[in-house]
Design a protein around this ligand. Structure first.
Ligand code: FAD
Length: 458
């Protein structure tokens, strides 16, 4: 983190914002500051932010950044604050730039199957609006009812359906963004294809608010599938369920989603669920061939599962998926979850599950696991006592070993939640010194004074 700016500089900055922004944008109300200081990771912010700017227009962002850059004030862009890696935490002296009020859908074109939206639009609301045109916004983080499109783009969010439709980056065609000095840039295009110049849209997607502030996005929409077919398979062990997930990929079927939940998570959601098996795998196929694909998946799962239930009724399918979506809130009722987000090659999913069990036993730290299994994306979750002011050493050691495991198996530290502050100490291990240094030089180009979300990401 950069040091807090001097009080006189801060006061001058607030004076300039009060002068140049419309009257309802700036607040220093202590309750607002506290509400904007951390995110769903529960990472302690390390001090009180200076102020919050509630942006309503791109002009509010340019004014804020121009003054912040001139005076060296750290700025933390923020959507809904549902992030799980501490990316939106704002410490002592930082200005929180809240984009959630820029929440208009500016255009929805059924002809070109795209939408142009402001960053504060809630993910599920865009999907709903697209649905009225027979389209959908494919990325669907489990937080879709709360998270913003801007936050999704800044973290390159994944979700359930990205098994087939890709992560957020695969749906972002172009961006309007404001650089650290207040300059507005446009990246990308409205066409399905296009390769002119370096791909700044892709670079900004997943940059965690450290390179620019996203003020509008042109997003690809896709036709709503004509049919879906969903399977729920129960297993006697989590490892067998992980093997079964990979068997689906090996059989050449690409499901729209494959969500895996272990026994302890099932128990946290509802003890009755854990009586049905030690793991649950929910698989959904979609499109004209959904029923045939689901039948093929059922054949793959049958020898491994203790029970397989199938449905083509969307309401029943949603009920099966509801349990998965309740996983995190259920664990939050048990304590403060430290959520990991590793990805391993799908062929090594069962090995990862086995090793995580050993790490958990070795450190005597219970680990709850859910997974976007079709991507090899595991969320091992360590739940700690929420009254502790710091994470116990055993929890950090277990977390560190899980990251090391991911890298050893040929995987990555984070599949969708981003580095934020929580995974920063392991980034160099994955990138290596040369790529890490190059990425830092990119940061210098976009944000020479390092005012944008300092202390996050790299
Ligand atoms: C119950 C639950 C389930 C979840 N499930 C998933 C899941 O399935 N997949 C997944 O990927 N994530 C998931 N998440 C994590 C989280 O919802 C995502 O990371 C989401 O993309 C964050 O969006 P947000 O609007 O809350 O962003 P915030 O938390 O406010 O910010 C996240 C990061 O983006 C930056 N940022 C925000 N807006 C902008 C902007 N306009 N310009 C530049 N930078 C910006 C912030 O500085 C920060 O670094 C889940 C979270 C919860 C609580």
């Amino acid at each position: 983190m950069t040091a807090a700016p001097e009080t006189t500089v801060s006061a001058r900055f607030l004076g300039l914002l009060a002068r140049d922004l419309p009257p309802d944008r700036l607040t220093t109300d202590p309750a607002e500051l506290a509400a904007h200081a951390t995110d769903r990771s529960g990472t302690p912010p390390g001090g009180e932010p200076l102020a919050v700017v509630r942006a309503r227009r791109t002009g509010d962002v340019t004014v804020t950044l121009r003054h912040a850059n001139a005076l060296g004030i750290p700025v933390v862009p923020r959507g809904a604050g549902t992030g799980l890696s501490g990316g939106a935490t704002a410490g002592e002296g930082a200005l929180v730039l809240d984009l959630s009020g820029m929440n208009r859908i500016l255009e929805l074109s059924a002809e070109d199957q795209l939408a142009v939206v402001e960053p504060g639009v809630i993910t599920a609301e865009l999907d709903r609006a697209a649905g009225t045109h027979g389209l959908r916004y494919a990325p669907d983080p489990a937080s879709a009812a709360m998270s913003t499109i801007g936050g999704n783009i800044a973290t390159n969010a994944g979700g359930l359906r990205c098994a087939k439709y890709g992560v957020t980056r695969d749906s972002v065609l172009g961006l309007e963004a404001v650089l650290a000095d207040g300059t507005v840039i446009a990246t990308g295009r409205r066409t399905v294809k296009g390769v002119t110049g370096y791909d700044l849209t892709a670079l900004l997607t997943g940059s965690e608010g450290t390179l620019a502030v996203i003020t509008s996005a042109t997003l690809r929409l896709r036709p709503t599938p004509v049919a879906t077919a969903t399977l729920a398979a129960w297993f006697d062990s989590f490892e067998t369920a992980a093997e079964a997930s990979y068997a689906i990929a090996r059989a050449g079927v690409v499901p729209a989603l494959a969500e895996l939940v272990d026994g302890p998570v099932l128990h946290a959601i509802d003890p009755a669920l854990s009586e049905r098996g030690a793991a649950l795998l929910v698989v959904q196929c979609d499109g004209a061939g959904a029923a045939a694909e689901a039948a093929a998946v059922a054949r793959v799962l049958a020898p491994l599962a203790s029970a397989v239930q199938s449905t083509e009724d969307p309401v029943e399918a949603e009920a099966l998926l509801a349990a998965r979506r309740l996983a995190l809130p259920a664990l939050e009722r048990l304590g403060r979850p430290l959520i990991e987000d590793i990805v391993v090659p799908r062929s090594r999913l069962a090995e990862a599950v086995r090793e995580i069990r050993c790490i958990s036993a070795r450190h005597d730290v219970p680990v709850f696991t859910i997974a976007h299994a079709a991507d090899g994306n595991l969320h091992p979750i360590i739940v700690v006592d929420p009254t502790l002011d710091r994470l116990p050493d055993a929890a950090w050691e277990a977390a560190g070993e899980i990251f090391a495991l991911a890298l050893r198996l040929g995987g990555t530290l984070t599949g969708e939640h981003g580095v934020g502050v929580l995974k920063r100490q392991w980034v160099a291990d994955e990138l290596g010194p040369t790529a890490h240094a190059l990425q830092r030089r990119l940061k210098d180009v976009f944000d020479p004074r390092h005012i944008l979300n300092p202390g996050k990401g790299l």
